[in-house]
Design a protein around this ligand. Structure first.
Ligand SMILES: [Zn+2]
Length: 119
């Protein structure tokens, strides 16, 4: 597939599933968050897709947008003790953040690849 045949949503979805945005076959990461140097299938250079802190900001924004209101709703409905609320909410927040971060970073790298144009 050429660059122009790959739509924005497809590039984002491929990245979200931690796949190369260009071919959809190669793995984006060699571990949890460390990108591969290049795609082993299509040889796309991943080093130019430097996401920096963008995925962390997006992940934190999404968590604040959905998790924090959920905690307020649970507090209003069930009124758990402060200790119980912290015991549940802190690990849950950590798991959601750590689970989302590589997916958001992959989608972010897909967006970076698509936004830089054909070259
Ligand atoms: Zn590839």
């Amino acid at each position: 597939m050429t660059y122009n045949e790959i739509s924005w949503p497809k590039a984002l979805v491929r990245g979200f599933f931690r796949r190369c945005p260009q071919c959809g076959e190669g793995h984006l990461f060699q571990g949890y968050l460390r990108p591969e140097e290049k795609c082993f299938v299509c040889q796309l250079n991943f080093e130019s897709l430097n996401a920096d802190d963008g995925p962390a900001y997006i992940t934190m924004g999404l968590v604040c947008l959905f998790i924090v209101p959920l905690f307020f709703i649970i507090q209003a409905l069930y009124q758990p003790s402060m200790g119980m609320a912290l015991l549940v909410s802190l690990p849950l927040t950590l798991v959601v953040i750590l689970g989302l971060l590589p997916l958001i970073k992959g989608a972010f790298m897909g967006a970076l690849w698509k936004s830089r144009g054909e070259n």
